[in-house]
Design a protein around this ligand. Structure first.
Ligand SMILES: *[C@@H]1O[C@H](CO)[C@@H](O)[C@H](O)[C@H]1NC(C)=O
Ligand SMILES: *[C@@H]1O[C@H](CO)[C@@H](O)[C@H](O)[C@H]1NC(C)=O
Ligand SMILES: *[C@@H]1O[C@H](CO)[C@@H](O)[C@H](O)[C@H]1NC(C)=O
Ligand SMILES: *[C@@H]1O[C@H](CO)[C@@H](O)[C@H](O)[C@H]1NC(C)=O
Length: 560
């Protein structure tokens, strides 16, 4: 008996020990795409309104192929294919609902000499539709989509009314021309739950005095104060021999650019960003892969001592050097990630939640020998630790026809999500994120936000969701939800937009691995106890029988 108990204790310990902090990647490309894993991943969005994120790709420069999420492998099937849709090369893809009919439209851009042409395909019943609008712009840009049926091209809002005609009005109080490449974003910097345009608030962002070349800007949460900070990957010379990532805190006017990563040397090899290219500046792709509440990044670096490009994971860790002291965080490069190292000639790497389980996995794209299209690699993040998350998706909350489950809608750019809670040590913890704040230069932002909660399994005290208001409006559009269960997915439907009180949210629970293990352990314990009870019962019954027999025997004896 004691021996069995020991064995069970051992099994228990193994179970508990097994789920402790392991980080490994697993190549699941075949599972996801089958043999069709070629093409440039251009954007993510829910094209067929099934709440699963679909992948928009460009094949052979001019074909648009949309991989729709499916429940059977391969999990992404190229269901929508438009060959040579523009008659020329596609330079970017931005899905969004531009006419407010709650159907996903697709905006494409193409080059026409020095001009950029913009095409919008009015999505209809999960097809690309036929009607299109063509706008010629004088400058070469990629658009940033805005909330509602409005999007903006440098100082000009182009409003697409339901008639699908464009109206141009001045929106930004910006002097001077925008740079190319630009680093525009549409995000809430001062926590008033209204996305503002970055460039209008801090002109230093297109910072010539920081870097020789202008690079793409990212936003992330550095120090847990709930504000979005600015991140700038920069090259200090034209060939990026010396690369640095800078951070500037938002909020203060005189914010300085502080280096959070400048040591790119590994043994004898010096690494650096891939030199700036007007159509493809260096970019960081952000995501919280270890759910600690601090966004990490994926970046592609070039071997400056020789040749070759590789994707690296940058982990957001507490600052341990003098230079980053004032911001408290820095990046640490995972040099020995063998699964990322195995992908030669990587071009782009981004986070993506492959199985919609709240853990961010990775998509890496690489140049393939003898092929024009990029090869797509899907790496599943087998990160297992007792860390928790909450995944929030804010939809447009617009619906014009057949919405059986209420006014759903498609993914929207511009919403802002923030939580405040008490962590396991009793300290206040804040985190925030913007949804779809950038869309240019293949920024590959996800149409949802995954906020890591660290190791606190408590209910999330307060979760705030805000959407941008229309220009001129003063009322803040935000709503608070309390006591959110960790490891859940919240789908927020802000309908109607101007009455936050009546917004609704659907909560989906993701049974995590530890829940499953706990269930198995519980069932095991129950079975074990049942067996013990059974054995004891049987023994007692046996003893009873023996006693009865003895009594009967005694009776016989007495009778004689
Ligand atoms: C949408 O498309 C599906 C299949 O292509 C078709 O069965 C359905 O009738 C269409 N619905 C509308 C409203 O056009
Ligand atoms: C988190 O936000 C709350 C409310 O906005 C604020 O009172 C608190 O000081 C913040 N905590 C930290 C650590 O910044
Ligand atoms: C810049 O990008 C374009 C298109 O992707 C490519 O043709 C060109 O060779 C690149 N230039 C450099 C210097 O890498
Ligand atoms: C970088 O390139 C040099 C020269 O080709 C090579 O010796 C070195 O091993 C490379 N470094 C890595 C980490 O691949």
């Amino acid at each position: 008996m004691i021996w069995t108990l020991k064995l069970i204790t051992l099994a228990f310990l193994l179970l508990l020990g097994g789920q402790y902090n392991t980080f490994a990647l697993q190549d699941v490309t075949a599972d996801l795409f089958g043999p069709g894993n070629f093409g440039t991943v251009a954007a993510f969005g829910d094209f067929n309104s099934d709440k699963q994120t679909d992948i928009f790709t460009i094949k052979e420069q001019s074909d648009l192929v949309i991989f729709l999420a499916d429940s059977k492998p391969p999990y992404f099937k190229p269901k929508v294919q438009a060959k040579n849709i523009l008659g020329k090369d596609i330079t970017s893809v931005v899905p969004g609902d531009y006419d407010g009919d709650s159907q996903m439209d697709v905006l494409l851009t193409a080059k026409n000499g020095p001009k950029t042409e913009v095409f919008i395909f009015w999505g209809h019943n999960q097809t690309l539709g036929t009607a299109l609008i063509v706008i010629y712009l004088q400058i070469a840009v990629t658009p940033e989509v805005q909330f509602y049926v409005v999007f903006k091209f440098f100082g000009c809002f182009i409003t697409l009314a339901s008639l699908r005609t464009e109206v141009c009005s001045k929106a930004l109080s910006l002097t001077g021309n925008m740079r190319t490449p630009h680093s525009n974003a549409f995000i809430d910097l001062d926590r008033d739950f209204t996305a503002g345009n970055k460039a209008s608030q801090q002109p230093c962002v297109q910072s010539e005095f920081v870097a020789l070349r202008c690079n793409v800007l990212c936003m992330f949460l550095a120090d847990g104060d709930g504000y979005q900070d600015h991140l700038l990957p920069a090259c200090l010379d034209t060939s990026c021999q010396r690369s640095t990532i800078y951070l500037a805190k938002s909020g203060s006017r005189d914010s300085k650019w502080i280096p959070v990563l400048s040591d790119f040397k590994r043994k004898e090899t010096i690494w650096g960003f891939v030199p700036d290219n007007l159509s493809q500046p260096p970019a960081l792709h952000l995501g919280d892969y270890n759910l600690d509440g601090f966004p990490d990044a994926l970046v592609v670096l070039q071997n400056k001592s020789g040749s070759g490009q590789q994707a690296f994971l940058l982990e957001n860790v507490p600052c341990n050097s003098e230079t980053c002291h004032s911001v408290g965080r820095m990046f640490h490069i995972h040099w020995d990630q063998s699964d990322l190292g195995a992908i030669k000639n990587a071009v782009r790497a981004t986070f993506f939640d492959i199985y919609e389980d709240g853990i961010l996995d990775m998509l890496v794209q690489s140049k393939a020998e003898g092929k024009q299209d990029l090869r797509i690699h899907a790496l599943k993040n087998n990160f297992e630790a007792d860390a928790y998350f909450v995944k929030v998706m804010v939809l447009s909350g617009l619906c014009s026809n057949d919405c059986p489950e209420g006014p759903f809608g498609v993914n929207q750019p511009g919403p802002y999500v923030m939580y405040t809670t008490v962590d396991s040590n009793g300290y206040l913890k804040n985190a925030s994120a913007g949804q779809l704040s950038q869309s240019a230069y293949f920024s590959l932002q996800l149409p949802y936000t995954v906020l890591g909660l660290g190791r606190s399994a408590n209910f999330l005290d307060h979760l705030f969701v805000g959407i941008p208001r229309q220009p001129g409006e003063t009322e803040i559009r935000n709503k608070e939800w309390t006591a959110i269960i960790p490891n859940s997915q919240l789908i927020v439907m802000p309908f109607p937009h101007d009455t936050p009180r009546s917004w609704s949210a659907k909560l989906y629970l993701t049974p995590s691995n530890s829940v499953l293990l706990t269930a198995i352990a519980l069932i095991g314990v129950c079975v074990f106890i049942l067996v013990i009870i059974g054995i004891l019962h049987w023994q007692e019954k046996k003893a009873d029988d023996r006693e009865k027999r003895q009594e009967a025997h005694r009776f016989h004896f007495d009778a004689m």
